[in-house]
Design a binder for this molecule. Structure first.
Ligand SMILES: [Zn+2]
Ligand SMILES: [Zn+2]
Length: 214
């Protein structure tokens, strides 16, 4: 009989090195992180990518989940560099674009998930507890970890549908000078500012306070 509360940290050393780097960045192992890891790894192979030093690879994520952190580590597409574009659609879809050959793949997660690991009984109990809203934080983490490890064991094609797509090349991250907001005085990228009727230039929060839409 398995102990539902048992720690599985003993399994961690068996994780692939690149996934360990994702976990180190993200803070924990969870299904979302594994989704991003799987997409990042598969996209690298399909597109012949090396981790993006600059902006030659662009990831368009249609969700803002844990998966995004793995994509930052695996593909070097980061919010800071502007080659990670987040579209908050809540869709389990990621597009990876390679600027050097203009090829792109769209990864869409396949339908409902089913646990196929060796801890069937434990997983079923944990899942029932989570669904009923009575799982402890530890049990929630354990359930996520079992699911994450199970996802890792599945063939990629069982988890994601991947197809090559033609998409317009995403623009490079804009570089623009900053200037002081006429209201609060804080330095703001000029292209993100609002011009008022009376000729002042405001940052977005100040513009909103004056009832100007942005
Ligand atoms: Zn997570
Ligand atoms: Zn301001």
């Amino acid at each position: 009989m398995h102990d539902v509360n048992q720690s599985s940290s003993a399994n961690d050393h068996a994780l692939p090195e690149d996934l360990k780097r994702c976990v180190a960045f993200h803070g924990h192992l969870c299904p979302g992180l594994v989704y991003g890891y799987l997409v990042g790894k598969d996209a690298s192979e399909r597109l012949g990518l090396h981790r993006s030093q600059d902006e030659e690879v662009v990831t368009i994520s249609e969700n803002d989940t844990c998966a995004v952190d793995a994509l930052q580590v695996m593909l070097g597409t980061t919010t800071g560099k502007g080659n990670l574009i987040l579209k908050d659609y809540g869709k389990n879809v990621f597009t990876v674009f390679n600027r050097s050959n203009k090829r792109a793949f769209r990864f869409s997660r396949r339908g409902s998930y089913r646990y196929e690991g060796k801890d069937q009984e434990v997983f079923a109990k944990l899942e029932a507890a989570v669904a009923a809203g009575r799982a402890s934080v530890h049990q929630q983490m354990r359930q996520k970890k079992l699911k994450a490890l199970d996802l890792l064991a599945k063939p990629f094609d069982a988890v994601f549908d991947a197809k090559e797509v033609t998409c317009p090349e995403p623009p490079y991250a804009p570089l623009a000078p900053s200037k002081a907001c006429a209201q609060c005085g804080e330095m703001t990228m000029a292209t993100r500012m609002i011009d008022t009727q009376d000729g002042r230039c405001l940052c977005m929060p100040c513009a909103r306070q004056e009832g100007l839409s942005s």
